[in-house]
Write a protein that binds this ligand. Structure first.
Ligand code: 3HC
Length: 279
């Protein structure tokens, strides 16, 4: 099947990679050519890691050979599945979904990879609401088995069935969520991260000890502050803001420390500085 992934950032490149690994022809699209070339080298690196552990069914070259890189959204026209994975900003998603609607095959299924933006809201920008749904992947996409499938009030049941099958076929294990802010994953994860930041802010324990509590006490692979750095502190802040606004519940209120760090450009791993430094 021909699949397009629009947006070649951390999530988009991972999504493109897993489709290609499962034998699909992938077009990875981004308007920024630098992002495309970094996606290309990152995918090669990720495939090499998987290959070293004998997890690939075929050669790296044949998987890479199925991925085309493009900066033109018109190239989605032959795809049966289109996954939008651009920045987590509603205006950017709106603009992208409107262009996708213009060029997409009328039968194509359109999924959006979003952490917290409402699927019903985004469906307004898609021509054919019944073929649109949320496909929320987890970072690092080639490693994490989960995908959250989120439907709008108008998503067709057959589209959900097809996407469920496709997700299983590419090696994911889906869960289903209604379109409530944060769905299941971030509705529960973000208050944990928030509480860890408040615990740190109040000087209850060091960042290292807060994380160690979760790694050794609860067997989490990463503690909540390490995970916040890994996800991106800006992403955590944006998701908490959406949750706080939409539920109106103070348990989602973004901590002041988080706001200060984000506005100072401390975004976690991607900026080499967050609760920890990465150099
Ligand atoms: N591609 C391929 N393989 C990768 C990879 C990648 N991008 N990243 C890691 N790996 C593999 C490694 O090869 C290794 O495999 P092995 O265990 O079989 O040897 C394994 O993953 C572990 O890698 P590392 O040794 O380099 O590092 P860690 O042991 O610290 O694991 C981790 C890294 C997989 C990221 C692990 O720490 C982890 O699972 N952390 C939690 C991640 C998580 O919770 N993600 C979800 C975030 S929430 C989200 O994305 C939603 C959004 O809306 C906010």
């Amino acid at each position: 099947m021909n699949v397009s992934v629009v947006g070649a950032g951390t999530m988009g490149r991972g999504i493109g990679q897993v489709f290609a690994q499962a034998g699909h022809d992938v077009i990875l699209i981004d308007i920024n050519r630098n992002v495309l070339s970094s996606a290309e080298s990152n995918i090669k690196e990720s495939l090499s890691r998987l290959n070293r552990k004998g997890l690939l069914k075929e050669s790296i070259e044949s998987i890479i050979g199925r991925i085309k890189y493009s900066s033109s959204l018109e190239d989605i026209k032959n795809s049966k599945i289109i996954i939008e994975a651009v920045f987590e900003k509603i205006e950017i998603k709106k603009e992208t979904l409107e262009i996708i609607s213009k060029h997409a095959d009328p039968q194509a299924i359109i999924g959006t990879n979003t952490s917290s933006i409402s699927i019903n809201t985004l469906s307004q920008y898609v021509n054919g609401k019944e073929r649109f749904l949320g496909t929320h992947f987890f970072n690092p996409v080639p490693v994490m088995k989960l995908v959250e499938i989120i439907t709008s009030e108008r998503t067709d049941g057959k589209v959900v069935e097809t996407i469920e099958k496709v997700m299983i076929e590419i090696g994911k294990d889906p869960v289903f969520s209604k379109d409530f802010p944060g769905f299941v994953s971030n509705r529960i994860l973000m208050p944990l991260i928030r509480e860890a930041i408040l615990t740190f802010e109040q000087g209850v324990a060091s960042a290292a000890d807060i994380d160690k509590t979760f790694r050794l006490g609860m067997n989490h692979p990463m503690g909540p502050l390490e995970l916040a750095d890994f996800v991106g502190l800006d992403v955590c802040y944006d998701v908490l803001e959406v949750l706080y606004r939409d539920y109106g519940d103070p348990r989602f209120k973004p901590p002041i420390t988080l706001k200060n760090m984000v506005t100072a450009g401390k975004l976690g791993r991607k900026s080499s500085e967050g609760f920890y430094t990465y150099r």
